[in-house]
Design a protein around this ligand. Structure first.
Ligand code: GLC
Length: 456
């Protein structure tokens, strides 16, 4: 373990990005052969585990400078395809460019440069959650109460909470708006976004003081958090009892007092589900909308829902029990499979747009991602499954360092290094550091705000 950890810390140190002489972020990958130019960017989501480590190591000024920089970058987005930018929208990533005269410039990507022009909705949620982690670990409420931080919080909430043509409490987003930032049939109401939204709605009430000006946002956030929780806990939850219900659903039912509110057709249950779903456990499905239940198991959404308590008591335990009972599929030889099962054939062709980077059992389409180790360990500890956390960490620690910190692994069981994976991927290393830290110091979770959010 020790050489792996030392190596991981070295990688984290090497990945630091400096602006005006101060560290403000970490690059996604230090692999000189990384295929895409933006792996030298600091991605908001990739920085989160780096930031947690800095907070735990007493290097909180890096996190504060990062949070501050993002505040300054917001709204600096160029017009996108003629669209006016919204003030609360935060970038997916940024980089510092040094001009020939030594002057430094920051270039941010709001989805206007990203491959496929995907919108980074999760950045806004992660920024809020990181601000809370910073305040909890340092006690620096003055920073969160600064005019610009408060304005950013209100602007984010006003983008997220504004009325749309929607009837569900879940947040409607385009395809590829979170960690899965390619076309993967994850448009609509993907679970990971709902888990982050739920946690952000709670955090925002901790960060916006109870003033008259904030009263309406605090109220709206509390109400939305509560209806969102009820809806996800009830309709995203899948266990054998619920599967039986869906299997025998009546359809085409009009009116307010019906069971099958989304008009799900029993015929849409994929063949793999009835045999795969374990008897005494369950999970939250990947996505839900009119006539549509995406039965795929998305690990990060389930883990974040467990950590933040979007999964109700009992559900979190059962999610971890699904990991235990389907260990080979969901963890295998590298924790953790991002999405199970992979899409193949026509489904892959139609849902990914024939994406060669996402063939079956690779990358987002069924690849195993070391970064998911930290949410796995945090979720397992949260529901008293230390045994599973230790087991996963042991598997990861055996390979990651020897394999040079790949971004992801391929194959049904994650046995092969991802075909197009970068090496020296920062969040693969930071996940190992965090996992080890959480196991030795479970109190660190609360310090970082990684605990259940009560629904009022
Ligand atoms: C890929 C991943 C995305 C990550 C980025 C940088 O695009 O899909 O989640 O943020 O790489 O590591």
């Amino acid at each position: 373990m020790q050489p792996a950890l030392e190596n991981a810390f070295d990688l984290l140190e090497q990945s630091l990005i400096r602006y005006e002489g101060r560290p403000v972020g970490t690059i996604a990958s230090s692999d000189p052969r990384a295929p895409a130019e933006n792996y030298l960017d600091c991605f908001i989501r990739d920085f989160v585990p780096s930031a947690f480590i800095f907070l735990l190591e007493g290097r909180s000024e890096i996190v504060r400078d990062f949070l501050q920089l993002i505040v300054e970058l917001r709204g600096q987005q160029d017009q996108m395809e003629g669209q006016q930018p919204l003030p609360g929208v935060l970038p997916a990533s940024f980089k510092v460019r040094r001009r020939a005269d030594g002057h430094e410039e920051i270039h941010a990507d709001f989805g206007d440069r990203a491959i496929g022009r995907v919108a980074p909705v999760d950045s806004m949620m992660w920024w809020i959650l990181l601000l809370r982690a910073y305040v909890r670990s340092t006690g620096d409420t003055a920073f969160a109460h600064s005019v610009e931080a408060q304005r950013t919080l209100r602007q984010i909430m006003s983008v997220a909470l504004q009325g749309r043509f929607e009837v569900f409490p879940t947040l409607l987003v385009p395809d590829g708006s979170f960690m899965v930032d390619r076309r993967m049939g994850v448009y609509g109401h993907p679970l990971e976004i709902q888990a982050l939204f739920f946690a952000a709605l709670h955090a925002v009430r901790e960060l916006l003081p109870e003033t008259d000006e904030n009263a309406w946002i605090r109220d709206l956030a509390a109400r939305r958090q509560s209806v969102l929780a009820d809806y996800v806990r009830r309709y995203y939850w899948l266990d054998i009892a619920r599967l039986n219900e869906i299997h025998r659903y009546q359809t085409e039912m009009f009116g307010t007092d019906v069971d099958n509110i989304l008009n799900l057709y029993p015929e849409s249950i994929p063949d793999w589900v009835p045999d795969w779903l374990p008897d005494d456990s369950g999970y939250l499905v990947g996505n839900l909308g009119p006539g549509r239940m995406d039965f795929r198991f998305f690990a990060n959404g389930n883990l974040l829902a467990t950590i933040f308590g979007l999964a109700r008591d009992g559900q979190g335990e059962r999610i971890l029990s699904t990991f235990e009972q389907r260990w080979d599929d969901l963890v295998g030889q590298m924790p953790v499979k991002l999405c199970y099962p992979a899409m193949v054939g026509k489904e892959w062709h139609l849902m990914t747009g024939s994406d060669p980077k996402n063939p079956p059992w690779s990358y987002h389409n069924g690849g195993n991602w070391p970064v998911l180790l930290w949410p796995f360990v945090a979720a397992a500890l949260r529901v008293d499954r230390r045994d599973l956390a230790e087991r996963a960490l042991e598997i990861a620690a055996r390979r990651l360092h020897v394999d040079q910190w790949p971004e992801y692994y391929d194959g049904r069981h994650g046995r092969l290094i991802g075909r197009r994976a970068n090496f020296h991927q920062t969040w693969s290393a930071t996940a190992l550091i965090l996992a080890e830290r959480f196991l030795h110091e479970p109190a660190a979770l609360a310090k970082l705000g990684l605990g259940p959010a009560e629904v009022s």
